[in-house]
Each structure stands twice: as structure tokens, then as C-alpha cells.
Design a protein around this ligand. Structure first.
Ligand SMILES: [Zn+2]
Ligand SMILES: [Zn+2]
Length: 506
């Protein structure tokens, strides 16, 4: 007789903790709640604060490897009276060259256009040539690298200064921007130029190899991600299925991240009023899909955005990018269809409102980015992981051909907040969908392993679901139901796979 572990553990409800308790518990992290931040707000007498994720993700005693300043010395007040608390991830721009070169040669779809078996040259090659590993530095050290390069045109755009080099040409002052010794920066560049150029030569030869399909590597069959049948995965999925705590943990993490950062500095600048310019029919027909050619081609000829009802030509507008004339693209969207609550003859609710099924649509970029806009303005709303459906987009946006939507941001924020119960319904629907599809996959796999013997496949499936069947006293009903649900809602996403050598715009 098998014995079972009973697992129980306690965790605090983060929302109920005081700021001091938060700080004691998460002493390796830093947020708008920390003593360091509060003291800086008092010292500089500012309320508004712009504190980013990278800052929040490391401890208050962190020091910048470029300028050696501590966090208390890194705070700085902007002209618009906002306390800046920002760290950045600094990387060697040489790592970007490979992708840029492939993009230039092969176009947007370079990943698919690349010869078979050479993708590793790009991923490994880009890391191989880097002069330093990606590293966290303060906003001023990161900016100093850019300022030097923009002043000195002799420095190639794919060159970046190492933090140890930045240290040698900046003079740091607490709570102020760096002063930069441009001559010294140039000397340092000259000292390392030869080494940089050697790396660049190597990089170019790797690009040439990749384009020519040389130095190929065959893929192995050890999964890159964790094997879904591993013991750890099985234990974790058992935990996620059986314990309501698993979703609580995710909610707590989201809440914690949102309550740590603040974006007071990112007030949107007033935008100039744009004039609508329409593309010609020929331009619409020749459009490259704006980076999503597969979706552009997948839409039927009479496609209209189901949220704003504009057609393909109408979603295009004059681009700000000098290299492209038009901008606009199609984006995938999942729409969840609700089942109406079931009531008996006395009007008592038998089943609550729930998601019945889902559909896949293509919508325009303007509609799809409304929610993104809300989330980037308000991290606390983003933490709720809100969802927008077509009706939400239609309700908050005023659409016109060849122009960006005019969005009522207050209404959009309200809708995002109010989507919380709906998001929970969708989550429980997704769990059901996954269960159904997993059951079908198991059945198919057992069927193929038993050489098409349905009876053996069923027996294997019954064994697999023995626990659930026993608990609920279902008999075969559970499996029959899951399989029929898989047929009903486990639909293929029509716009999911990019054609490898298919459609090209004419
Ligand atoms: Zn620094
Ligand atoms: Zn639209």
C-alpha cells in the first residue's frame, strides 16, 4: 500500500505586510517601499519617483561597477522634479551585429531564410566575440558610453566600452550626471581598437559561413527545456493541480513586482496632430506586412479588424521611420466566448458564467496595443494580468482610417481593472482546455505505441487516470468527456505557423 506525503507550508500575504516587514523579508531586493528610497525622497524633497525593475531587483547596498557609486549616491532629481532610481543592463553592441547582418542580407524573415543547421553560428558567435558579458550599470555609466560614441564618429557603432573602461573616463559625483573626459575615452578606444577589429573580422567570417551554409550542426534530441516527463515536472504539475496555493504564489509575485516599481517620469508627451494619408491600392497589395507578412497573407481578402472594423488599407498609415513608407500590421488575438449562466425554472443559478470556447482572430496593431499602453502606464494594473476582448477595444477607441486610435485611457484602465473576474474564468477554462488536449495527446500516443489497438490504449489511459476516476467515481465517463471536449475546443490556431518558404508579397 503506497503511502503519501502531506505537504503544508505557510507564506505571508504580502499585501498585509508593513514596509519594514517587506524590507526585512526581501532584504536582497529594493523597491519604492525600502528605507533607502524613502530617505532619498525626504532628502531631495520630491514625491514623484521613477524606479525601474533593474533597480528593484538588486539590494540597497549595490554598487555600480562602472563608477563605484552606491545606490544612495545614484539617486538624482530630474528637471521635472522626479527622483530617478534607474539601473540598466549594459551590453556589447558587437553582439547585435550578427543579427543585423543577416537581416540586411535575408530580410525580416532571416531566421527561416537561413540555411539549415547554422543557427548556432549566430547564437554562439554573437556571444563569442563580445568584449564583456552583459552587466548591470547605473543610468549615467550607460549613458556615458552612448554620449562618447555620438560625439566621436571614429568609434564604430558596434563598439561598446566595458564598465572597467567607462570607469577610466568618467568623473562621478554623488547624485549628479557624470562629467566625461572625451580625450581619455578616445585614448582607451585607440588602445583596444586592434582587438576590436580582430573580433569584427572573426564575426564577419562567421556571418559569411552562416550565409553559405558552412559549419552546420545537427540538432540533438535532448530537449532544450526541461523534459515534461521528468520527475520534477510531474511533481510540480501535481502540486499546481492539487493546490490552490500555486496560483496564489504567482499572484503574490506579480503584486510584489508591481508594488516595487514606479514610473512617474514616463508621462506621455503631447503628440502632434497627424494628417491621414491613404496608400494607393497598389501599395496595399505590395505591402510587406510590417514584420508579420505571414499574418498579412493569412487574412482573407475582405478582412476587417473585428474590433475597429477598418480594412487592410485603412489600418496602414504613413510611417515615422525614414526607411519605410507605411506602418501597420496584423496581430493574433484570442477571443473567449462566454456560456450564459444556466438557471432552473425558479431562476436559481445552476452554473455560473464561464468560458465556453475560444476563437482565433486577426486584429490590427492599433487595437492590440491599447492594453499594452494601459499596462506600461500603470504597473499595478499590469500586475493584474488584465485581458481585453474585442468589445473592450471597440468601447475605448475611436478609430479613423490611416490614423492612430484615439484612446480614452481612463476608460481603458477601468476596463482593464474590471477584467479580473473574466481573467480568472479564462484561467480555469485554459486549465480545462489543457487537460482535455493532454488527454487526447496521451490517447493518441498510447494508440500509436500499441500499434492501433484501441482496447489496449484505453486500458493504458484508464490506468493513467486511475486516481481521478476513483476519486470522482466516474468510470470511463471522465475520459470520454475529456476526449470529446478536446474535439470541441482543442482547435488548431490557424495563424500560428509561419510558412517556411511560402507566401511572398507581389
Ligand atoms: Zn555607474
Ligand atoms: Zn482594429
Amino acid at each position: 500500500m503506497a503511502e503519501w506525503h502531506e505537504v503544508a507550508f505557510h507564506m505571508p500575504k504580502l499585501e498585509t505586510l508593513t514596509e519594514i516587514e517587506l524590507e526585512n523579508l526581501f532584504y536582497t531586493r529594493d523597491g519604492i517601499w525600502s528605507r533607502t528610497t524613502k530617505e532619498a525622497q525626504q532628502k531631495f524633497e520630491v514625491k514623484k519617483i521613477d524606479l525601474n525593475e533593474v533597480w528593484a531587483s538588486c539590494a540597497p547596498d549595490w554598487e555600480c561597477p562602472g563608477c563605484n557609486r552606491s545606490k544612495t549616491e545614484l539617486f538624482r532629481v530630474t528637471k521635472s522634479e522626479v527622483l530617478l532610481a534607474q539601473l540598466h543592463s549594459h551590453h556589447d553592441h558587437l553582439m547585435d551585429y550578427f543579427q543585423h547582418a543577416l537581416y540586411e542580407k535575408l530580410g525580416k524573415d532571416w531566421q527561416n531564410a537561413l540555411p539549415e543547421g547554422v543557427r548556432h553560428l549566430e547564437t554562439l558567435g554573437s556571444h563569442l566575440v563580445a568584449r564583456f558579458e552583459r552587466t548591470r550599470v547605473c543610468i549615467d555609466c550607460n549613458a556615458a558610453d552612448g554620449t562618447v560614441k555620438s560625439r566621436n564618429r571614429d568609434i564604430p557603432k558596434y563598439f561598446s566600452f566595458r564598465p572597467s573602461e567607462i570607469r577610466r573616463f568618467v568623473t562621478p559625483t554623488p547624485n549628479k550626471e557624470h562629467s566625461i573626459d572625451f580625450e581619455r575615452a578616445n585614448d582607451i578606444f585607440c588602445q583596444v581598437r586592434e582587438d576590436f577589429e580582430r573580433r569584427f573580422v572573426l564575426l564577419k567570417s562567421l556571418v559569411a559561413l552562416a550565409l553559405a551554409g558552412g559549419m552546420t550542426r545537427e540538432r540533438g534530441n535532448l530537449a532544450e527545456v526541461e523534459d515534461p516527463h521528468s520527475v520534477r515536472h510531474l511533481l510540480y504539475s501535481r502540486f499546481a493541480r492539487e493546490s490552490p496555493v500555486s496560483s496564489v504564489i504567482h499572484d503574490e509575485i506579480r503584486w510584489f513586482n508591481a508594488c516595487s516599481i514606479s514610473r512617474d517620469g514616463t508621462a506621455s508627451r503631447p503628440k502632434k496632430k497627424k494628417v491621414a494619408v491613404a496608400p494607393t491600392e497598389a501599395e496595399v497589395a505590395a505591402y510587406d506586412g510590417g514584420g508579420a507578412l505571414d499574418l498579412w497573407n493569412a487574412a482573407p481578402a475582405d478582412w476587417r479588424c473585428p474590433a475597429c472594423w477598418r480594412d487592410r488599407g485603412e489600418i496602414l498609415r504613413r510611417s515615422n521611420n525614414p526607411r519605410r513608407l507605411w506602418s501597420g500590421r496584423l496581430v493574433r488575438h484570442t477571443e473567449y466566448i462566454l456560456a450564459t449562466p444556466t438557471k432552473d425554472e425558479n431562476n436559481n443559478v445552476l452554473f455560473d458564467e464561464s468560458v465556453d470556447r475560444h476563437e482565433y482572430h486577426l486584429i490590427c496593431l492599433d487595437c492590440s496595443t491599447i492594453l499594452t499602453g494601459v499596462k506600461s502606464r500603470l504597473p499595478a494594473v499590469a500586475a493584474l494580468e488584465p485581458l481585453f476582448q474585442l468589445r473592450d477595444m471597440a468601447a475605448v477607441a475611436t478609430a479613423a482610417p490611416h490614423l492612430p486610435h484615439e484612446v480614452d485611457w481612463d476608460a481603458a484602465t477601468e476596463r482593464a481593472r474590471a477584467s479580473r473576474p473574466f481573467v480568472k474564468m479564462v484561467a480555469s477554462y485554459q486549465r480545462h482546455l489543457n487537460d482535455a488536449v493532454a488527454c487526447r495527446a496521451k490517447y493518441r500516443s498510447f494508440l500509436s505505441r500499441s500499434g492501433g489497438d484501441e482496447e489496449r490504449a484505453w486500458a493504458r489511459l484508464r490506468f493513467e487516470y486511475a486516481d481521478e476516476i476513483k476519486k470522482g467515481g466516474y468510470g470511463d465517463d471522465l475520459i470520454v468527456w475529456l476526449l470529446s471536449e478536446a474535439d470541441r475546443i482543442g482547435i488548431d490556431e490557424p495563424y500560428r505557423h509561419k510558412p517556411r518558404d511560402g507566401a511572398v508579397a507581389h
